[in-house]
Design a protein around this ligand. Structure first.
Ligand SMILES: O=C(O)CCC(=O)C(=O)O
Ligand SMILES: [Fe+2]
Length: 355
């Protein structure tokens, strides 16, 4: 999450709410090849599937914090536009573009309370003909392109460490996600307006991400992770850190070694509930053409179901389309195995924590 100056502008996250204990990993140490840090990363990826990445200890991280901070200003400018202006940029295939409030459903079928603008990475880095984005984004193209490239590099650094622990040649996962092939990866700007306490509801439904790695920045709380039998727990926003989580495609490619955990956004707790909530996420996804077959590495299990899987497996484009359709229809939401086929299904409606 951005620097402490950003945090000073909103009331503090309260101490009295149940939070999840996330592993902290330092980007500077990952970049210098620190083995203990790499081990901690792998533990978090195979455990909860979420961790905090400290960006403060190196120039790469500090630069990214500054860029995302500027990104929050771009987001505020966009969300200050009228609904009429925003709706001139409707959702494109692959869920890119503008999703208005109520565009998806929450667990109980009610409309969500979250609006999202997703900019395709392909467009930002020149892999695809540019789409027409709203003026606040268009006039900040150089910033957003630079930000997307730096976020992409953070996400692939994480994938390089994962490759090592999975017994894959070091560049297997990062070259699979290179910025040379078209994919539905995107830089997304989310906005959740404050809700009336008497009618407060989930803002963004419980879901697992369907990409590979998500790098998330927020200042106001509200993100919750499903923490095993503890149920939903808030993630406390921390200055100078990004929240990292793995998505379904990594579960598929690793035969279930890593976890794509359920998470959702509810109204911010305590005094923060009056503040509008902005977040920025970089969602790294495999290329459309990538075959979603289990990779071969010493750390990746082989099993009977693999043969069965091979017959069903297709491209990431197909994998992605199936999940996106489910989300639009409000399906696939009340149960999760945390991305692991071996896990017991958990009802995501358990232990509602709505402060
Ligand atoms: O806004 C957040 O904190 C989470 C957003 C999220 O889960 C997503 O964009 O997939
Ligand atoms: Fe998500």
């Amino acid at each position: 999450m951005p620097t402490s100056e950003c945090f000073a502008r909103v009331p503090p996250f309260p101490d009295q709410v149940p939070t999840v204990e996330l592993q902290r990993v330092e980007l500077s140490k990952l970049l210098s090849g620190d083995e203990a840090e790499s081990e901690a990363l792998f533990e978090a990826c195979t455990g909860l599937g979420f961790f905090l990445l400290d960006l403060r200890g190196c120039a790469e991280g500090q630069g990214l914090l500054k860029e995302t901070e500027a990104g929050f200003d771009v987001s505020r400018e966009f969300y200050a536009l009228s609904d009429e202006e925003k709706s001139k940029f409707p959702l494109l295939p692959s869920n890119l573009g503008y999703k208005p409030i109520g565009g998806t459903k929450i667990e109980d079928g009610r409309p969500d309370r979250c609006e999202i603008y997703s900019l395709p990475t392909d467009d930002l880095v020149g892999l695809a003909p540019p789409i027409r984005n709203p003026p606040p984004f268009e006039k900040s193209r150089p910033l957003l392109t630079s930000c997307a490239k730096h976020l992409h590099s953070v996400a692939t650094t994480i994938l390089t460490h994962l490759s090592a622990h999975l017994g894959l040649p070091p560049r297997t996962l990062s070259s699979m996600h290179a910025l040379t092939e078209r994919s539905p990866s995107n830089l997304r700007f989310l906005h959740m307006p404050p809700q009336r306490a008497s009618a407060a509801q989930t803002s963004l439904m419980g879901h697992t991400d369907n990409g590979s790695v998500t790098v998330l920045f927020n200042v106001v709380g509200g993100l919750q992770v499903l923490d095993g039998t503890n149920g939903w727990r808030y993630v406390r926003p921390e200055p100078g850190h990004a929240v990292i989580n793995l998505g379904d495609s990594m579960v598929q490619l690793t035969g279930g070694v890593v976890r794509s955990n359920m998470h959702r956004v509810v109204p911010a707790p305590g005094a923060q509930s009056e503040s509008p909530r902005f977040s920025i996420a970089y969602v790294l996804k495999p290329p459309y053409a990538c075959r979603m077959e289990r990779l071969k590495g010493e750390g990746i299990p082989r099993g009977e179901e693999e043969e069965e899987e091979k017959e069903k497996v297709g491209t990431y484009e197909e994998f992605h389309a199936k999940k996106s359709k489910g989300i639009r229809e409000g399906k696939n939401l009340v149960g999760s195995r945390g991305g692991k086929k071996t896990e017991k299904k958990v009802d995501v409606r358990v232990n509602e924590v709505m402060a």
